[in-house]
Every structure is written in structure tokens, then in C-alpha cells.
Design a protein around this ligand. Sequence first.
Ligand SMILES: CC(C)(COP(=O)(O)OP(=O)(O)OC[C@H]1O[C@@H](n2cnc3c(N)ncnc32)[C@H](O)[C@@H]1OP(=O)(O)O)[C@@H](O)C(=O)NCCC(=O)NCCS
Length: 149
Amino acid sequence: MRSDDIEQVAAIEGAVTSAPWTNRQFQQSLEQHQCVVICQRNADDNVVLGYMILASVFDQTELLNIAIDPQHQGHGLGSQMLNSGLQSLADRIESVLLEVRVSNYAAIRLYLNYGFIEVGRRRDYYKTTFGREDAILMTLQRTAVKTGN
Ligand SMILES: CC(C)(COP(=O)(O)OP(=O)(O)OC[C@H]1O[C@@H](n2cnc3c(N)ncnc32)[C@H](O)[C@@H]1OP(=O)(O)O)[C@@H](O)C(=O)NCCC(=O)NCCS
């Protein structure tokens, strides 16, 4: 991800979540974390189809954000981006942690497919239109990162 991708990244973010990150949060992430985009190259420029933000402290990595443009979901791009992002860090990380809404079946499926396992829940962690919902905590250990499964 580069600074000039942020406008497109923020547009996707606005389309996929009710609590979107701001442009400033993406800019700060760019300075502090590993930020990946998946793009389609057109005649003159790159169209951003999705993005992923990973934060690492020593050998622990947290998946802070991941999304694919709604028009391009369900075609394997999320899996491809997760795989290449984690493979690029494979020699440096011991485990990857993330939180996901219990109702987010697509994301849960993506993570389970990759080898993440549920390790806990945070009760009422997220706001919803109707109240609150739990977060599932998932983790992936180094061996699974290395094999990509
Ligand atoms: C989660 C997300 C990144 C997955 O990206 P994607 O490109 O659609 O995922 P893929 O096409 O690689 O599919 C991954 C798995 O999710 C499943 N999946 C994708 N869209 C789905 C949907 N709408 N409903 C149920 N499952 C779905 C796929 O079937 C696939 O599993 P399978 O191979 O066992 O069939 C994407 O749905 C997204 O951007 N969601 C909104 C943002 C979000 O929720 N981010 C996660 C926050 S924790």
C-alpha cells in the first residue's frame, strides 16, 4: 500500500463496515505496520481491489484489518491476499492473532480455511444495529503460516 492508494482503500472500507477507519488511521498504519493491497492493473493506473493491515511486535502479529471490494468478493482474492501477506512474514512470526464478529461467516470461513483456530471470545465486544455481539479470538501458529494451511 502507498499513500496514493488510501483514497481507494478508504472507499472500500466505507462500503464494508459500519465503523470505518479514517484516512488518517490508514496513513498512520502505513507508517507503522505492514500494509498490503491487492490491485488490478489498468491502462494508466492501479485499481485497488482489497487491502490488509498486519501489526507485528517481535514475533507476534495481529491482523488489524482486511477487506475486499464487495464487487470482487467470493473470487478467492481474500484468500490470496492473506496467504501472500502471511507468507512474506513467515520467517519472522511465531503466531498471528485476530478478532472477528461471530456473525461474519465469510471472514470466519476464510480464517478457518487458512488454519486459524478459535481460542476465545470477547462477550458483547462489537456494536450492531440491534445491540452488541461477541468477538471470536482466533490464532494461527507458525507452522501453519509456513505451509499456508
Ligand atoms: C472476509 C473477506 C475479506 C473475504 O474475502 P473474499 O475475497 O470474499 O474471500 P474468498 O473469495 O477468498 O473466500 C474465502 C472463503 O470465504 C467464503 N465466503 C466468501 N464470501 C462469502 C459470503 N458472502 N458468505 C459466506 N462465505 C463467503 C468463501 O466461500 C471461501 O470459503 P470456501 O473456499 O470454503 O468456499 C471479504 O468477505 C470482506 O472484505 N468482508 C468485509 C470486511 C470484513 O468482514 N473483514 C474481516 C474483518 S475480521
